[in-house]
Design a protein around this ligand. Structure first.
Ligand code: MN
Length: 306
């Protein structure tokens, strides 16, 4: 099985549909038409994209366009998002976030610029994946990172703003995208004229979705941006970013407990439902707007507890 994607003008799609009129099959969602020939299945989309899939897609694709140009571009791009091995040992920026799965507290995003000669030093003080570190360890490491004067940029998305954006139709993915992008932009300015060998983002969505979100806000990807999942286990810069983001999140949660005098647990479990119910009891439901991600199911569960 192989496949070819052609990008064709709309007028051609109609001609194609007529051509395959005796071989049409049920049209999938979002498609313009689908047809089945002995050599392949053809799915055409209103965007002009036509997908030829099967044992010999060229046989049909060649009738309609230059198959030598078949989606070489998207494939290359997709591959190009993965960092080269050499990046992990070079001076680079790493970016990560915290607080996204937690009902209470802000989303925090941090990126850091680590130079090649600092990598071993950071490893030596215990910098690693923040998921394997306790809150006090994270707080302590964040302090030491700051002492080492590692350049970083940290952004917090307060819950009030989060809830506004969420109601405007922003997904968490879009919020994270814009936060990472802005944090990186700020850090690049901070370290000028120095240029990193690359920028690695701990991947939370497909890179093309990340790019789509950027375009929707008229932004575009900086140079040499890479994505990979579990990046904090490979890149010390991402691990530093994750520690700074996490430490800011922990700090915000502690502050919330001090300000409200209530227990403010992390995560989104039943314990969180009960804490949210307490929050409503003491401060009213509107308080959640400024301390929680109100679209989480915890809000409704908390109200049922009252
Ligand atoms: Mn992450």
């Amino acid at each position: 099985m192989s496949h070819i994607v052609l990008k064709l003008p709309k007028s051609k799609l109609e001609t194609m549909k007529a051509h395959y009129s005796t071989q049409l099959k049920a049209t999938p969602n979002n498609a313009y038409f689908a047809a089945k020939t002995p050599s392949c299945v053809i799915t055409a989309y209103l965007s002009g994209k036509v997908l030829f899939q099967g044992k010999d897609p060229e046989a049909e694709a060649d009738k309609w366009g230059d198959a030598s140009k078949k989606e070489a571009k998207p494939k290359k791009q997709e591959h190009g998002y993965h960092p080269p091995e050499s990046l992990f040992t070079s001076s680079h920026i790493g970016s990560d976030e915290a607080g996204t799965g937690d009902y209470f507290g802000p989303i925090t995003v941090a990126c850091a610029y680590v130079q090649d000669h600092q990598i071993n030093q950071l490893k030596a003080i215990g910098v690693r994946d923040s998921k394997n570190l306790s809150d006090p360890q994270i707080t302590d490491l964040a302090k030491r990172i700051v002492e080492m004067k590692i350049p970083y940029s940290l952004l917090r998305l307060p819950n009030k703003k989060y809830n506004q954006l969420q109601r405007k139709g922003w997904t968490q993915g879009k919020m994270k995208t814009i936060l990472h992008h802005q944090a990186i932009e700020k850090l690049l300015q901070k370290i000028e004229p120095e240029k990193p060998k690359g920028i690695l983002i701990d991947q939370f969505s497909q890179p093309n979705v990340y790019q789509k979100h950027l375009r929707s806000e008229k932004q575009s990807l900086q140079n040499d941006v890479y994505f990979m999942t579990k990046a904090e286990s490979y890149s010390i810069a991402v691990a530093v970013g994750s520690i700074i983001a996490r430490s800011a999140f922990v700090k915000a949660m502690n502050q919330l407990e001090m300000d409200t005098g209530l227990d403010v647990p992390k995560g989104a479990s039943g314990k969180v439902d009960r804490a949210a119910a307490e929050m409503i009891r003491h401060y009213g439901e509107e308080k959640l707007e400024e301390v929680a991600k109100v679209h989480f199911a915890n809000t409704e569960k908390a109200k049922k507890l009252l």
